[in-house]
Design a protein around this ligand. Structure first.
Ligand code: GDP
Ligand code: MG
Length: 679
């Protein structure tokens, strides 16, 4: 296991993630041709939609060897609308390479993914890319990463030459200069003595490196104090230790596009990022008693694996699985502790983008794709029947935007629903529902680009013949105040007496994400009837009273002091409905709108105009920074105010500003907005 690295590449869109990945494949010998994003030939962006747009949407996985180490690489998308893809990748990776643009430095999306990587405690190294571009400045970007992201940066290389004159790098650990041949696409790397013009700078940064490392390593400290040479392997081991415990982040640089500095980056992945077993233990809970459990990351332990992604294509369903402990065998039978069902592994594949190689087994540390799973969803654990454990699942934010989908004919409806269900299974940030009044099918997602890509997939890949509405903000509502109602129903229905009694209280609570239903007294109500009552409560909350949006942020307390011996299941459900009608009328409702966290980076020149514009949009700007001549603003803003905002931002900044939007929750909308929905 020591010779495996599970890594991801994270960055702002366009920083060069895919270009870097393509170089990794090429230099490792996995690909014999170099794929280019702008030619639509990048191996990792294999979906049609990705090649046309030149962006990465689904994370692709691939495996290759470098210096006797197997690298499992996951290329992640840069756009926040696909944030779930980034998140689930980070969850199963052991280390990451952060790619930054040598001109733009820290951009909006890099902050978001950086924060996510912090949350998952992922050790990282950094590659400052695009140093061949006009205006690129390695040292400025290093400062920017330090200030903008609060990262303790540790440059382990510096560039030789700059912009068009970028020639190579100096490795500060070996104190050697490296050049990359122009003739063979950078394949030939030559070692040189450090050139005279770079010598002084190299010594300065070597000094900085030793100072920092010595602070953490006694061995290096002693050598430095005794004025002795620090051997390369000692220094590397010390840098590695500090990277793994997240004391610092080694920084490398170059130009992926011009084929400079990539092999040293690959070496750094091997030198500084963790092998799977170095991440410590994997933690979960015992599904029988909810007690915490730990497992060693060892192939000899019982199997523990996490399903982190499902993908449906013409061959059927493929599940991406990270194996933490033990061995997963082809034909093996395992337990999904959430569903309690047994799963049989039909085939196991090592993936290379959309190509697959069947293997007999996979062991702790591996990331593979399997088929044969029938009852498992994204975030589920697969384990040995005899030693069950549930790993922490993945949690995704609520959807904030939706579009209506109407089949052209009712005959198409079933097929449409089936295909939408497939999409939703693949993508846990999509949500499918039916409007109870109109029967319309509603698909909800994370943002405009997200739904646009889904729409194209429906039309192009799934050949769905349907009318797809324009995306709209997904509103919610809550009660304006608490209300309680006791209702008793006695009615003749279908020749039978239906009788039921229930006491329901609603209390708005903005700490509650959805609706929490609690039984304070059940008067010995039959369990089936309790369930029927709960289902009716859920459907009343979803139907959404006057404004027509689902109720959230609410506590529901239910009381049945004593069950009437004559009560019936239908009677109890009817009583629930009656109680809700009264409660909704009495409590009144408040419209809740989705609120987004925004991050904008813009050249200083456009800051004034953008800031003004944001203030007109009911935004809260809570942080403004100036790093060099780049302004960074962040805060919150109602989604309704920034619908289609990227176009606007482009025209305000001549295309130079960038923005990310992420849902943070729901907040009361002003009456002016709510008015539109009241009858
Ligand atoms: P991603 O969105 O992070 O995957 O970025 P891509 O790899 O798709 O790169 C975005 C664009 O920048 C493409 O047109 C690349 O050809 C270009 N690019 C990537 N790396 C470099 C580089 O080192 N120098 C220059 N000049 N362009 C680059
Ligand atoms: Mg890409």
């Amino acid at each position: 296991m020591k010779t495996v690295r599970n890594i991801g590449i994270i960055a702002h869109i366009d920083a060069g993630k895919t270009t870097v990945s393509e170089r990794f494949l090429f230099y490792s010998g996995k690909e014999h041709r170099m794929g280019e994003v702008h030619e639509g030939t990048a191996r990792m962006d294999w979906q049609e939609e990705e090649q046309e747009r030149g962006i990465t949407i689904t994370s692709a996985a691939t495996t290759f060897d470098w210096k006797k180490t197997t690298l499992n690489l996951i290329d992640t998308p840069g756009h926040v609308d696909f944030t779930a893809e980034v998140q689930r990748s980070l969850r199963v990776l052991d280390g990451a390479v952060g790619v930054f643009c040598g001109v733009a430095g820290v951009q909006a999306q890099s902050e978001t993914v950086w924060r996510q990587a912090n949350e998952y405690d992922v050790p990282r190294i950094i590659f400052v890319n695009k140093l061949d571009r006009v205006g690129a400045d390695f040292f400025r970007v290093v400062d920017d990463i330090h200030e903008g992201l609060g990262a303790n940066v540790l440059p382990v290389v510096i560039p030789v030459g700059s912009e068009g004159g970028l020639r190579g790098i100096v490795d500060l650990v070996e104190m050697k200069e490296f050049h990359f041949s122009e003739e063979d696409e950078g394949r030939t790397v030559t070692e040189h003595e450090i050139s005279a013009e770079t010598q002084e700078l190299a010594e300065l940064w070597r000094g900085e490196l030793l100072d920092k490392v010595a602070d953490r390593s006694d061995e290096v400290m002693e050598l430095v104090l005794e004025d002795q040479e620090v051997p390369v392997d000692v220094l590397r081991a010390a840098i590695r230790a500090g990277t793994l415990d997240r004391s610092w982040i080694p920084v490398l640089c170059g130009s992926a596009f011009r084929n400079k500095g990539v092999q040293p980056l690959m070496d750094a992945v091997v030198h500084y990022l963790p092998a799977p077993e170095e991440r410590g233990v994997v933690v979960g809970v015992n599904p029988h008693n909810q007690k915490p459990l730990e497992r060693k990351l060892d192939a000899k332990e019982p199997l523990v694996a996490l399903v982190f992604k499902l993908q449906v294509d013409s061959h059927g369903e493929l599940a991406y699985v990270r194996i933490y402990s033990g061995e997963l065998k082809k034909g093996g039978s395992y337990l999904n502790p959430r569903t309690g069902k047994k799963e049989r592994i039909a085939t196991i594949f090592k993936m290379h983008a959309n190509q697959r190689n069947a293997v007999e087994k996979a062991v702790a540390g591996d990331i593979v794709a399997v088929n044969g799973l029938r009852f498992s969803a994204t975030g589920d654990t697969i384990c040995e029947q005899k030693s069950a454990i549930v790993l922490e699942s993945l949690e995704f934010p609520d959807t904030v935007i939706s579009m209506a989908i109407e089949p052209k004919s009712s005959a198409d409806r079933d097929r449409l629903l089936e295909q939408l269900a497939r999409l939703v299974r693949e993508d846990p940030t999509l949500n499918l529902s039916t409007n109870p009044d109109t029967g319309q099918v509603i698909l909800a997602g994370m943002g405009e680009l997200h739904l646009e890509v889904v729409r194209n997939r429906l039309i192009r890949d799934f050949k769905v013949d349907a009318k797809i509405g324009t995306p709209r903000v997904s509103y919610r509502q809550t009660f304006a105040g608490p209300a309680r109602e006791k209702s008793r129903v006695e009615r003749q229905l279908g020749g039978k007496d239906q009788l039921g009694e229930i006491d329901i209280e609603v209390i708005p609570d903005d700490n509650e994400k959805g609706a929490a239903v609690e039984w304070l007294e059940d008067g010995g109500l039959h369990p089936d009837w309790k369930r029927a009552a709960e289902d009716t409560i859920t459907s009343c909350l979803e139907a959404g009273g006057e404004l027509g949006f689902p109720f959230v942020q609410v506590q529901v307390k239910v009381r049945v002091p004593e069950q009437d011996p004559e009560a019936t299941e239908i009677g109890v459900s009817l009583a629930v409905r009656e109680a809700f009608d009264t409660i909704e009328a009495r409590a009144g409702s408040v419209l809740l709108e989705p609120v987004m966290r925004f991050q904008i980076t813009t050249p200083e020149d456009y800051f004034g105009a953008i800031h003004q514009d944001l203030l007109r949009r009911r935004s809260n700007v809570d942080n403004v920074e100036l790093v060099q001549d780049i302004r960074r603003l962040s805060g919150t803003v109602p989604l309704a105010e920034v619908f289609g905002y990227t176009t606007n931002l482009r025209s305000l900044s001549q295309g130079r500003a960038a923005m990310t939007l992420e849902p943070v929750g729901y907040a009361p909308a002003p009456e002016k907005v709510a008015e539109r929905f009241r009858f």
